[in-house]
Design a protein around this ligand. Structure first.
Ligand code: NAP
Length: 245
C-alpha cells in the first residue's frame, strides 16, 4: 500500500512544525505549507532529510486569497498529489478589548481562521470524495469554549471552527471522510510570545498536570485522528491542555 499524504497548513509555525515532524517520522508523504515564512519549512525539510527522511514538499499560499488556493490545487493536480489527511492548523490572533478592537482586527481573524479554513477545505474535499477516504483535522483552541479578555475575535473564530467540524462530519461521513478537532491549551510559540512569565505561571497553577503542553502533544492526537484505523471516530473535540476544563 502506498504512503498516505498529509497537508499541514502553517507548518512554518510552532505547532505546525511539531505536527509535521511527527507525520514525517510516521512515514507520511508530507506537504509543508507556509504563508510568509518559506525559509522555516525549507529548514525543516532540510533538517529531516539530513536525518534520512524523504517525501516532503513545500507549498505556499495565503489562505485568505482564493486565487492562490486555486493555484495550489492545480499544482497538486499537476504533481499527481492526492491529499488523504488535511490538518487545518494555520491561524492568527489579534488581541484587543472590545473598545480598542478595530473592525479590521475582528474581520482579519475571522477571515484567516474561519473563511481561510473553509476555502482550503472546500477545495480539497473533491479529492477525498473521489477516493472515498479522508481525514480532516481542525485545530481550534480551549478558548473556543472558555471566555477570556481581549479575544472576542479569536474565541469566536475557534468556536466557528469547532462548529464547522460538527457540520462537516455529518456532510462528509458518507464519503469515508472523518472530521475532528484538536483544541490545544497555551503552547509556547510565536503566537503566544506576548504572554508574560507571570501569566504563564498563573496558568500552570490551574492545569492539573502543572506544566504547559507542547506542539508534540497536539501532534499525538492528530496522528491518532489521521490513522486509517480511526475511521469510526468523527465529530470529536479532544482538548490537549493537561486536563484543564
Ligand atoms: N500557541 C498556542 O497557545 C495555541 C493554543 C491553541 C490553539 N492554537 C492554534 O494552533 C494553530 C497554530 O498556532 P501556533 O501557536 O503554531 O502559531 P504560529 O507559530 O504563529 O504559526 C501560525 C501559522 O499560521 C500561518 N498563517 C497565518 N496566517 C496565514 C494565512 N493568511 N494564510 C496561510 N497561513 C497563515 C503562519 O504562516 P507563516 O508564518 O508562513 O506566515 C504560521 O505557519 C493556530 O490555529 C492557533 O490558533 C495555538
Amino acid at each position: 500500500m502506498s504512503k498516505r499524504t498529509v497537508f499541514i497548513t502553517g507548518a512554518s509555525g510552532g505547532i505546525g512544525r511539531a505536527i509535521a515532524k511527527r507525520f514525517i517520522v510516521d512515514g507520511y508523504k508530507t506537504i509543508l505549507h507556509y504563508n510568509t515564512h518559506k525559509n522555516r519549512v525549507k529548514e525543516l525539510k532540510d533538517e529531516m532529510e539530513s536525518e534520512g527522511y524523504e517525501d516532503m514538499y513545500v507549498f505556499g499560499a495565503n489562505l485568505t486569497n482564493p486565487k492562490e488556493l486555486d493555484t495550489l490545487v492545480k499544482r497538486l493536480e499537476k504533481d499527481d498529489i492526492v491529499i488523504d489527511v488535511l490538518i487545518n492548523n494555520a491561524g492568527i490572533k489579534m488581541d484587543a478589548k472590545i473598545d480598542d478592537m478595530t473592525d479590521d482586527q475582528f474581520k482579519s481573524v475571522i477571515e484567516t481562521n474561519v473563511t481561510g479554513t473553509f476555502m482550503l477545505t472546500k477545495r480539497f474535499i473533491p479529492m477525498m470524495k473521489q477516493q472515498n477516504y479522508g481525514r480532516i483535522i481542525n485545530i481550534s483552541s480551549g478558548l473556543a469554549q472558555h471566555g477570556s479578555v481581549g479575544k472576542i475575535n479569536y474565541g469566536a473564530s475557534k468556536a466557528a471552527v469547532e462548529n464547522m467540524t460538527k457540520n462537516l462530519a455529518y456532510e462528509l461521513g458518507p464519503y469515508g471522510i472523518t472530521v475532528n478537532t484538536v483544541a490545544p491549551g497555551l503552547i509556547e510559540t510565536e503566537m503566544t510570545k506576548d504572554v508574560t512569565d507571570k501569566e504563564k505561571e498563573a496558568y500552570i497553577q490551574k492545569i492539573p498536570i502543572r506544566r504547559l503542553v507542547e506542539g508534540k502533544d497536539v501532534a499525538q492526537v492528530c496522528a491518532f485522528f489521521a490513522d486509517e484505523r480511526s475511521g469510526s471516530i468523527s465529530n470529536q473535540v479532544v482538548g490537549v491542555n493537561g486536563g484543564l476544563r
